[in-house]
Design a protein around this ligand. Structure first.
Ligand code: SF4
Length: 257
């Protein structure tokens, strides 16, 4: 695919997927960064401690999903239509964390299926990722905040054990944080997304990169060099390169045995 063809995927026709054709939630189909990868990452921060108490751990993602679907722990429970837990491959090497379900996600029970999600899929496809095989997608909170407001600290904190358990159970090599809320939830609140996007961090022995939220890209149409879309294109190319590096290193490690 040429550079021009790749960048052409960063635009989204308003009616590309009719709402009536959105998939409905059902059980998601079943399908450590290496030392080399960690050595070559930039801006390494000390690993945070993100342990979940034993009584809040799950034996499987199915168990986690069942618990979340019955969860009433925070103020978002009464107004949700569906609990939105996951989409993609539960064995993916890349895990993407968004902010919270929006209207389409709340109706379908799946994360990132509205316009932002469609754009996210196209961005990933532009560098050859298959979002049904290579990627696992979830949100910081599993229930839609009324009127799509930003989740409160109480809501994100209450829901965080589910997120941390998703990370533990999927065990991805790379985590992408889309937007400020997921950035705050995982890496801390002192960082601004515009300052840190595209940088690699090490967190809990995984490689983490903050990227712009696709809804921000929908509001910024320019594809000029230096624009949010252009910067995101650089970021997903870096993610693909790191992903291939990790795959290559794993293969080399396997051959040693
Ligand atoms: S957002 Fe999370 S903690 Fe709050 S009710 Fe939904 S699943 Fe439970």
């Amino acid at each position: 695919m040429t550079d021009k063809e790749q960048m052409s995927l960063f635009d989204l026709a308003p009616s590309e997927v009719p709402i009536t054709e959105l998939p409905k939630a059902e059980g998601v189909t079943e399908s450590q960064p290496t030392k080399k990868a960690a050595r070559s990452s930039k801006n390494i921060t000390p690993a945070a401690i993100a342990s979940v108490p034993v009584h809040e751990r799950f034996a499987s993602l199915d168990q986690l999903k069942e618990a979340a679907c019955n969860c009433q722990k925070c103020p978002l429970a009464p107004t949700r239509t569906n609990v939105v837990v996951e989409r993609g491959d539960r064995q993916a090497k890349i895990l993407i964390i968004g902010e919270a379900p929006g209207e389409q996600e709340d109706l379908s029970g799946l994360p990132f299926v509205g316009k932002s999600g469609q754009l996210l899929d196209k961005i990933l496809e532009s560098v050859g990722f298959d979002t049904s095989k290579d990627i696992y997608i979830c949100n910081t909170v599993k229930c839609r905040p009324p009127n799509n407001r930003v989740p409160t600290d109480i809501e994100t904190t209450t829901c965080k054990p589910y997120l941390l358990e998703q990370i533990r159970l999927v065990d991805p090599k790379i985590i992408l944080l889309t937007g400020a809320t997921s950035l705050k939830s995982i890496l801390g609140e002192k960082l601004g997304i515009t300052k840190v996007r595209g940088q690699w961090y090490e967190w809990e022995e995984r490689l983490v990169m903050p990227i712009f939220h696709p809804s921000y890209l929908l509001r910024n149409q320019s594809r000029e060099q230096g624009s949010p879309k252009w910067l995101t294109w650089q970021d997903v190319k870096a993610v693909k390169a790191k992903y291939l590096e990790i795959i290559d290193t794993n293969l080399a490690d396997d051959e040693e045995f």
